[in-house]
Design a binder for this molecule. Structure first.
Ligand SMILES: NC(=O)c1ccc[n+]([C@@H]2O[C@H](COP(=O)([O-])OP(=O)(O)OC[C@H]3O[C@@H](n4cnc5c(N)ncnc54)[C@H](O)[C@@H]3O)[C@@H](O)[C@H]2O)c1
Length: 272
């Protein structure tokens, strides 16, 4: 069904380069008839890659650090001014941990960085929604999607403080989903995505092992970024109007697999 998002207006955060999940969401949203503003942290935009996406999708860029209420107020105000109306969808595709970047293991986390991780990767969703609520920025039946990872539910030590950030992110999606559902009939969900080879993903120590393990454990294999973008589009569309306050697994079956034949074979062979 083409033009799933015809007439819809939104905000897409987190497109850093071609590998970014948000980059694919922008391309697919554009192809489905949506108009939107692209946003990212001013620092991240210095790389300039986002300008290419902006041209390709005819989407203006409004820089915003997701931890700054002032920036977010400008972002939501600017988007509504640009399109002359309210917003139908928001993609939160933001994550950053200095503890991961600096290679800290779970027992030696720096707590200032830990707080920054929570602020950038989780509280930013609350900030965005609080700003949108104050500005009454959403159209009825709007949709918000934030990207999460299964380390919110299961221990993956190399994911360090991002595990807690994702747990908080999913919890905010539930609570704000309840609030915005009542206020504006707006839905809020998280998508828990397979390991994906992006800038944020590959920054995690042991990422290649995460990736290969998940690939072998998932009956459908790891879900690629393009497929994640398709799922986002379906959640922004009117076909999913009553899906809200959910953490939706988009992982090729990883989360409900006990062990796979591939893993059995691998471990049997490794015993020699
Ligand atoms: N790559 C994976 O394996 C994977 C798996 C599951 C979930 N996710 C999640 O998907 C989302 C997108 O990540 P990605 O894999 O596309 O990587 P990415 O590095 O392309 O995207 C992360 C984005 O966050 C932005 N960002 C960081 N700090 C910010 C700030 N203060 N304000 C505004 N933006 C800021 C970055 O500039 C970047 O564009 C993240 O939430 C990530 O945790 C990724």
């Amino acid at each position: 069904m083409p033009n799933l998002l015809a007439g819809k207006v939104g905000i897409i955060s987190g497109a850093l380069d071609e590998r970014s999940i948000a980059w694919k969401v922008a391309q697919k949203a554009y192809a489905e008839g949506a108009r939107f503003v692209l946003t990212n942290a001013p620092l991240a935009m210095r790389m300039g890659e986002i300008n290419r996406l902006s041209e390709e999708c005819e989407a203006p860029i409004i820089p915003a650090d997701a931890t700054s209420m002032e920036d977010l107020e400008k972002l939501f105000r600017g988007t509504q001014e640009h399109f002359g109306g309210k917003i139908d969808f928001v993609l939160h595709s933001i994550g950053m941990s200095t503890n991961i970047r600096k290679g800290k293991h779970y027992g030696e986390l720096n707590y200032e960085w830990f707080q920054k991780t929570l602020d950038v990767s989780a509280l930013s969703l609350h900030r965005m929604l609080a700003v949108a609520e104050k500005q009454d920025a959403f159209n009825e039946w709007g949709s918000v999607v934030a990207l999460s990872y299964i380390a919110a539910q299961r221990a993956f030590l190399d994911y360090t403080d991002m595990s807690q950030a994702k747990a908080v992110l999913e919890s905010i999606a539930r609570s704000y989903g309840q609030r915005l559902g009542k206020l504006r009939k707006v839905r809020v969900n998280t998508i828990s995505q397979s390991p994906t080879k992006t800038s944020a993903g590959t920054g995690i120590s042991g990422f290649d092992a995460f990736y290969e393990y998940a690939e072998r454990m998932s009956p459908l294999g790891n879900a690629p970024a393009e497929a994640c973008a398709d799922y986002c589009i379906s959640l922004f569309s009117d076909l999913t109007r009553y899906v809200t306050m959910q953490n939706l697994m988009h992982d090729g079956g990883f989360s409900t697999t006990g062990i796979s034949e591939e893993m059995v074979e691998l471990l049997t062979n490794s015993k020699g």
